[in-house]
Structures are given as C-alpha cells and as structure tokens.
Design a protein. Structure first.
Length: 271
C-alpha cells in the first residue's frame, strides 16, 4: 500500500522548529504508513505570522494543488488564516478539492471557507499540539485518522452532519464568504483564554445569526484558561451557552469532547 503523503503548512503563526522531527518520528509508528512533509514556510517569520500573506498563500496552494498529497494538515493556530483564506479558495483546482484538510482554532476560518467550497474538512489536533502536556497522544490521534480514518479518533457523541469551531473564530466569519452552510448540523463550540463576558457576547452573536438558527443543536466543548472577570460574571460557560440556546430556540445538546488540549477529538464536517 502506498504511504499517504500529508503536507503541513502554517496559514497563521509560525511553528517551533523542534516540532518537525518529533512529529515525523511519531508518524513512523502509524500503520498503514504516512509520510509527512513540512513546507519550509512553516518556519518563516514575518511579525506575528509564518511569513507574509503571499508566502502563506503560496505554501497552502503548493500543497493543496499538488495531486501527490492526500491531505493538508494545518501546523498550528495563532492568527492569520482569515487573511489568506479567500485568496486560497479562489484558486482551488481539482486536486485541491480531492484532499482532506485538518486543523482547528484559528484554522477554522479557512476550514469554514473550504467547507463552503465543497472540500472535505475536519476539526482535529495539529502538529503544534505535541508541545502540550500529553500532546503525543493528540498528534497520534490525528495521524491515525488521516492514515486510515480511525473511528476511535472521532468525537464520541458525533452524529452527522456536524461541524466544530472555536467560538470567536466562528463568530467572526459569520456573514462572510467563509461561512459554511451549517443547516441541520450539530454545531460543536470550544474556547480558550477568554473572559466569560466575551464568551457571552460571542454566543449572543452566534445564536442571533439567522443561518445558525438552522442548526440541529449546539454542543459545548471545553472552555479552558478562562480569564478572571472583575466583578465575577455570575454564570459559567455552560450556563451562558444554555441561556443563548434558550433565547434563540436552538437545542442545547450537552457537552462535546473538543478543546485546546491533548484530549481534543476529530470532527469531520458535513456528511
């Protein structure tokens, strides 16, 4: 069996150079095998970004348009995916549309646009997660899913169609050319390093959007490293999400096993 070839690019922030060797070593344990290729762009630096917008766009298309690659794996989050998303999506070709795209966090902006364009995308761990506590487990989960569609990598409550996003990233792409059609989807949401008032404000925007009111329901992933409110906000993240689901008549479906941590599971979008 031919080893699957997976290209890694960084549409947002740059990768720590130590990540490449560590992740490639893990990939050697996968059966059936996978071959990883980290695009040199992953390690560029241009202010906050892994190279300027043109370099990041070109790298993404280098992998997306190359028919030899089976998948494009987003290297890490940070910020920057939205800045190049429309330039990438406008140049999708037949090879790009046959690929699988995997990432989460800031990558949700470009994944949303790719989903809208008819590509196969999934929320799931990224190479940079190897730097987290227990990160090897997260990276292996992603590799096993990319290699053979390992069902054990999937979010356990998963019912199709579904989609998963960071709350603020989803909120910011609503009403833009990057918003996918989530009608009748189970929408899973997670967040990290935000105040509870910001989560409340973001959930107001998400659940007030007419297109989101067509989802089948919302599941709440982990909301981690919450920043302190002064004064105390008075509601936790579950109460916030339940409140806005009730106000908008969107069913609240319970928790989801996704988040900015090593336990983060894979959620393929759509059917």
């Amino acid at each position: 069996m031919r080893a699957k070839l997976i290209g890694i690019v960084a549409p947002a922030s740059r990768l720590d150079p130590s990540i490449e060797a560590r992740v490639c070593t893990l990939a050697e344990r996968i059966d059936p095998p996978v071959t990883l290729l980290f695009h040199p762009q992953c390690f560029l630096s241009s202010g906050h970004f892994a190279g300027d917008d043109e370099a990041r766009t070109r790298a993404f298309l280098d992998v997306a348009q190359d028919p030899n690659f089976d998948a494009l794996w987003v290297g890490r989050g940070g910020y920057g995916s939205a800045r190049i998303a429309q330039a990438v999506i406008s140049r999708l070709d037949a090879a790009a549309r046959r690929k699988v795209y995997l990432g989460y966090s800031d990558a949700g902006a470009i994944l949303g646009g790719l989903c809208r364009a008819g590509c196969r995308v999934a929320h799931g761990p990224m190479p940079a997660d190897i730097l987290r506590e227990g990160g090897e487990t997260a990276v292996m989960r992603a590799l096993q899913w990319l290699s053979n569609g390992d069902a054990s990598a999937l979010e356990p409550s998963l019912e199709r169609p579904a989609a998963a996003f960071n709350m603020i990233v989803l909120s910011q792409i609503l009403g833009t050319a990057l918003e996918p059609d989530l009608s009748d989807h189970v929408l899973m949401l997670e967040e990290v390093s935000e105040h509870l008032y910001a989560i409340d404000r973001t959930m107001f925007h998400i659940t007030s959007t007419p297109s989101i009111r067509r989802v089948k329901g919302i599941r709440l992933g982990r909301v981690s490293d919450v920043l302190p409110n002064d004064p105390d906000f008075g509601q936790d993240e579950v109460e916030i999400v339940r409140h806005w689901c009730e106000v908008s008549a969107i069913p609240y479906l319970g928790r989801a096993d996704i988040g900015h941590d090593a336990a983060n599971k894979v959620v393929p979008f759509g059917l």
